[in-house]
Design a protein. Structure first.
Lengths: 520, 490
């Protein structure tokens, strides 16, 4: 509108200003009613268009809503502090998440899903009805049913059944909220882990932690908002994409830290370089980057500036946060942690220290749960026992510490794998194998949550007597994500990022449901 | 007389021309009634214009009596001749609407008493409008005028009835009374919530079918396969119809769940064209599928006792799902709530970035999280937050360098619900100052110098749920004030 106004003014007045005063006087005398009417009608037209413009801006307001009619959450921040904290959409129960991912998929039948009928049928041929239409990673022909390898007993006021493999964790059983009817559609580790962590079985999608930090930011600007710690000797099969940022700006990516030595390599200044020297170098680099951003407007430039700045601030805080030397001997014993190892125990202790420092999303991966029974390391009667031993005491100590500090009130702890394991013993190439194991099973698995707004001592969902198929209340991965976002204060449908013509969201395009039944 | 004859003959001609389609509709209704089978898409396409086309003749037929009355007034004599034209137009409109209506019903898979009554009503409307039109021209004597008036009144009656039935078909049987204010409903003697009896589940409650299976069909299926609509000629509102099946034959094969069309359809992937219920209606739940599967496998009996089939998801555990409701934030209302302190908040947010914030996007309450600042946040900073004291509901001051000097500042935060002081140097003085915070629910004193003597001030706080007192001088064995024992966590 403004430019049209200018045009009118230019024609009628501005140009004539430049004329000789006498000519101008003559011109003004020549102004007739016709001129007046012409100008006025133009003005009226402009006024009309002006009123239309306000209705167009109303349309633009509507466009802030998606095609589903829901508003989109505005998460724009000052470009210089892309990680700054934002309030959640509604008052939330959980302020931070500690996600314990057991990479390789632990057997629900050996830990939490008690199936006495399956134990009775142990050793019998698997009925054809369980095999019809199913595909397995390794099972061929007719496998044998296999009961739990470990005895179960009931614990606590909630009367949960648990096997004898987790003697420390069972003290906390009344604080845990189980979902025994998790379901996935992926039966290989990498895609299944990607599905659990990014909501999509393919690479290139932002992880759960990235979405959370994108939506909430992080208060502590001296540490990353999303930190990943790995143990068990191997990267999870899904690789670094599991904490990748996909199409979200790179600054929301998870930062993998080492749990001993320098948490992040090359974080410290080289010898003989003082902090002020480092600062002046950074200032110069920032200046260049700012110029580059002003010119091209690439958000990844901002990410780069932010990362440089954070690494400078992290020099102090990250080393302190990760340094378990600072914990008293008694605490380290409680976790079963030994300095110098990159163990799950050390990572749990670090996770607690990070949570105390306000890190928004802390993700631990422990590798080695793929209990096929093809070797001692992945056998239920060998490697699995060791894995249980490795995680049992640290998880229990972590839960205790969070509880003592009152942090369970607003910290959501999640434990789980990427799928379940079969009710049948694995018979690779149709042979009876030397070790005992189970194959991949996407149809049903168990996870638990604790703290931050979930019902303690509660079980949701149920599998059949074989522990094979869900008979009640199936929960999809996207439902889990919707529920976690709800606990963190978001309607999962409103937390979006436009990419490839879609308002992308963690829960994808299929309808997801917040599992209201498990909310405290 | 010649013009009179000429006029008569044209009317006669039109009368004949319009009578013919009325007879066509009549024969269609007689010989090709809707029977619940879906037919060609083109016919359905045409039929979809029925709801669009019906309103013209309805309006015209309602206007004609008005014109006839008003035209008798000396101010509006010109309305009288217009009525004739309106009647002619209404007749044509009614005929067109009736034909489209038949297309919709015949091809769209409708059947049942509602649609039958609506259809015959439509035909009678066309016939009545036609009669009015003919009679009006003949109405020269007082007697014939009375006949015309009676026919016109009858027409209005038929239009109302047919329109009501049409409304029931498209918007539900109780569409007029559903949201009727209760007093009005009581006055008229209608029970607005369930003025229409639920399709009675034909099945004794003692039988498995009656108690467990029929309710599933009633919930998911009978809108289209029930008393009033029999899509695909299938009715699921009683046991006999269910076992009779539909136009494709049986839908239940006793003893063979997987081979039963009904079970097959409800268990298909949602994206499948044959999936039931269609069009994004709520699918049958997993436990209900199990019920139907077991019932068919056990012989699909209508008389088997309710406890005869074992191993089915039990009634008692199928608690209603807990659905979470999301509300939309009203930005204007939020801005209004926040207005009085908005400037102060913005100022302090600038001073304390990532420390001061609203509790949520829809809230005017403030939360403070200074824990990440560590020792760089102290008593002076706490004092600087004083202007917000009345709005703060949660404070996390863990690991900061605040001391008992902040006790008064904390006591001024009247609406505080959650306070974290772990890993700080605060002592008994601070805790004693908290005795005025009657909204406090949650207090963490973990790793502070607080002693048992400070606790008495907390015992009276009415809403206090938890006090975390690990790593303090308070121990589980120490004598604790009455009423606080079960609220302290070590």
């Amino acid at each position: 509108m403004a430019f049209m106004m200018n045009k009118f003014r230019k024609n009628d007045l501005d140009v004539s200003n430049e004329l000789h005063p006498e000519t101008r006087f003559a011109q003004l005398q020549a102004q007739t009613r016709r001129h007046f009417l012409r100008t006025m009608s133009g003005g009226l037209g402009t006024i009309f268009l002006g009123t239309m413009a306000s209705s167009y801006s109303a349309l633009a307001k509507v466009a802030e809503r998606g095609p589903d009619g829901l508003p989109r959450l505005d998460v724009t921040r000052d470009a210089r502090s892309p990680l700054s904290a934002l309030p959640p959409e509604f008052a939330s129960k959980a302020k931070r998440v500690i996600y314990l991912h057991m990479a390789g998929a632990p057997s629900q039948l050996e830990l939490f899903d008690y199936k006495p009928v399956l134990t009775k049928l142990d050793g019998q041929d698997c009925p054809a009805s369980l095999l019809a239409g199913k595909r397995f990673a390794f099972i061929t022909g007719v496998p044998k049913l296999m009961g739990s390898q470990f005895p179960f007993h009931q614990v606590g006021d909630s009367g949960h059944w648990i096997s004898d493999r987790l003697p420390y964790l069972e003290k906390h059983l009344d604080d845990l909220c189980f979902i025994k009817s998790m379901r996935t559609d992926q039966f290989n580790h990498a895609p299944a882990q990607l599905l659990v962590q990014t909501g999509n079985a393919r690479q290139g999608y932002p992880s759960l932690g990235s979405w959370v930090v994108y939506g909430l930011g992080t208060e502590n600007q001296n540490l990353p908002g999303f930190i990943v710690l790995i143990s068990g000797g191997n990267m999870p099969d899904g690789g670094k994409q599991l904490w990748g940022t996909g199409f979200l700006p790179g600054v929301y990516q998870g930062v993998q830290c080492r749990s001993h030595g320098e948490p992040v390599l090359y974080l410290d200044s080289p010898k003989d370089v003082s902090a002020s020297q480092r600062r002046s170098v950074l200032d110069a680099v920032d200046e260049l980057n700012q110029q580059n951003y002003a010119e091209f407007g690439n958000p990844e430039t901002v990410t780069r500036i932010a990362q440089y700045e954070m690494s400078f601030r992290m020099q102090m805080d990250a080393t302190d946060a990760m340094d378990i030397h600072k914990e008293p001997e008694t605490t380290r014993t409680k976790y079963g942690s030994k300095i110098g190892e990159s163990s799950f125990a050390n990572n749990c202790l670090v996770a607690r220290r990070l949570a105390e420092r306000g890190v928004r999303f802390i993700q631990l991966y422990h590798w080695g749960w793929d209990s096929h029974g093809s070797s001692a390391a992945d056998a239920l009667n060998d490697g699995f026992i060791k894995r249980c031993h490795e995680v049992d005491q640290p998880i229990s100590a972590l839960l205790s510490d969070l509880k003592d500090r009152g942090m369970m009130e607003d910290t959501l702890v999640v434990w789980g794998g990427e799928f379940g394991r079969t009710s049948m013993r694995e018979n690779r190439s149709g042979q009876v194998m030397k070790f005992v194991g189970r194959d991949h099973h996407p149809g049903a698995f168990t996870i638990w949550m604790a703290g931050g707004g979930v019902k303690p001592g509660f079980t949701f969902g149920q599998t059949d007597d074989m522990g094979y198929e869900i008979v009640k209340d199936p929960v999809e991965i996207r439902d889990l994500h919707a529920t976690m976002l709800y606990l963190l204060g978001f309607d999962h449908r409103k937390l979006n990022f436009p990419f490839q013509g879609l308002d992308q969201k963690l829960t994808g395009v299929k309808p997801a449901r917040v599992v209201g039944e498990i909310l405290a | 007389m010649i013009p009179r004859v000429r006029e008569y003959s044209i009317r006669f001609l039109f009368g004949l021309v319009t009578l013919f389609p009325i007879l066509v509709v009549l024969s269609l209704l007689l010989f090709a009634p809707p029977d619940g089978n879906e037919r060609t898409q083109f016919l359905q396409f045409l039929g979809r214009f029925h709801p669009l086309s019906v309103h013209l003749p309805i309006a015209l037929l309602m206007v004609v009596p008005l014109f006839e009355l008003a035209g008798r007034n000396r101010h509006f004599p010109f309305l009288l001749p217009a009525a004739d034209f309106l009647l002619g137009l209404a007749t044509c409109g009614a005929i067109a609407a009736a034909m489209l209506g038949w297309s919709l019903a015949r091809a769209g898979g409708y059947s049942g008493p509602l649609v039958t009554q609506h259809m015959w009503g439509g035909l009678f409307v066309a016939a009545a409008a036609w009669s009015c039109w003919i009679l009006r021209a003949q109405a020269s004597s007082a007697k014939s005028q009375r006949l015309y008036a009676a026919t016109l009144i009858a027409t209005v009656g038929i239009v109302s009835f047919t329109g009501y039935r049409g409304g029931q078909l498209s918007q539900g049987e109780n569409h007029l009374t559903e949201f009727m204010p209760a007093p009005l409903g009581a006055l008229l003697g209608v029970n607005s919530s369930d003025s229409v009896p639920a399709n009675s589940p034909n099945g004794a409650p003692g039988t498995f079918y009656g108690a467990r299976i029929q309710p599933v069909f009633a919930q998911h299926c009978i809108t289209c396969h029930g008393r009033n609509k029999h899509k695909a000629n299938l009715r699921l509102d009683n046991f006999e119809s269910l076992m009779r099946g539909g136009k494709h034959g049986l839908v239940i094969k006793a003893g063979d769940s997987k081979g039963s069309e009904l079970f097959h359809r409800i268990t298909l992937p949602v994206s499948d064209d044959d999936f039931m219920p269609p069009d994004n209606r709520r699918p049958v739940s997993a436990s209900d599928m199990k019920l139907i599967e077991r019932w068919i496998a056990a012989g699909a009996s209508g008389t088997q006792a309710v406890d005869a089939i074992k191993d089915v998801p039990s009634h008692s555990v199928s608690q209603p799902a807990v659905e979470v409701a999301f509300t939309e934030i009203d930005d204007a209302a939020v801005a209004k709530k926040r207005a009085d302190l908005a400037d102060v908040v913005a100022q302090l947010q600038k001073k304390f970035p990532n420390i001061v914030d609203y509790q949520s996007r829809g809230s005017d309450e403030i939360v403070i999280n200074a824990s990440w600042k560590g020792s760089k946040f102290g008593d002076n900073d706490m004092a600087a937050l004083a202007p917000l004291a009345a709005r703060i509901v949660a404070m996390d001051l863990s690991s900061t360098s605040i001391t008992d000097k902040s006790a008064t500042a904390l006591a001024a935060v009247k609406h505080l619900r959650s306070l974290r002081l772990m890993h700080t140097k605060v002592g008994d003085a601070t805790v004693q100052a908290l005795s005025s915070l009657d909204q406090l629910e949650f207090l963490s004193l973990f790793d502070t110098a607080v002693t048992p003597s400070a606790l008495s001030s907390l015992a009276k706080l009415p809403k206090l749920r938890r006090v975390y007192a690990g790593e303090t001088k308070i121990s589980a064995g120490a004598p604790l004030p009455q009423g606080l024992k079960d609220r302290i966590v070590f």
